[in-house]
Write a protein that binds this ligand. Structure first.
Ligand code: MG
Length: 182
């Protein structure tokens, strides 16, 4: 494990992340729909195109890509029965007291600050759209990490939009950050 030279580019890492999500049945539009659900009451004139654009931006971040790859890898290994016991049983059965899936998802949520944390908690509780589908137990399918990853990407994309909206509003009102502090 001492290889120093990287054999992949950042663009390849991003492309592989998108491919893996797709292979696991997740369309970016599904995540954009979650963003819409989270933000529609707060951002006037919100449309799906800007939600989708925000999802894309979140997925460009290396921290996010690493979390997606790690989580999906563990789900797939659990499906193939390749994890060491007792982790195989814990992840394979999506055990209630196992919280590492949520902890890993936090790495995604944290990219856009604490508002992401609130969004993530909320969406994890109501489980709209694709999250409901991911939470249905199916024989031979493991989504222990994927549901949290998808929820976290949506939460992060929502936070990003909220921050941007605030910045835009500030620009329009003519108040600069320095003025506001005085
Ligand atoms: Mg989970």
């Amino acid at each position: 494990m001492t290889t120093r030279k990287r054999t992949f580019t950042q663009a390849q890492l991003e492309a592989y992340t998108l491919q893996l999500l797709q292979e696991r049945g997740i369309r970016l539009e599904d995540i954009a729909e979650l963003v819409f659900t989270l933000q529609k009451d707060y951002l006037p004139n919100l449309d799906m195109a800007s939600c989708l654009e925000s999802v894309h931006s979140v997925l460009e971040k290396r921290e996010v890509q690493h979390a997606v790859l790690t989580g999906i890898q563990l789900d797939v290994m659990a499906e193939k029965n390749l994890l060491f016991p007792p982790l195989q049983e814990i992840i394979g059965s999506d055990a209630g007291l196992f919280g590492i899936d949520e902890n890993l998802a936090q790495a995604i949520v944290n990219v856009y600050g604490t508002i992401g944390f609130t969004n993530f908690g909320y969406i994890d509780k109501i489980k709209p759209g694709v999250l409901k589908k991911l939470n249905k137990k199916q024989e031979g399918v493991c989504h222990t990490f994927l549901d949290d990853i998808v929820g976290a990407i949506a939460a992060a994309a929502s936070s990003r939009m909220a921050h941007r909206w605030e910045d835009e509003a500030e620009k329009k009102s003519g108040i600069s950050a320095t003025d506001a502090k005085q």
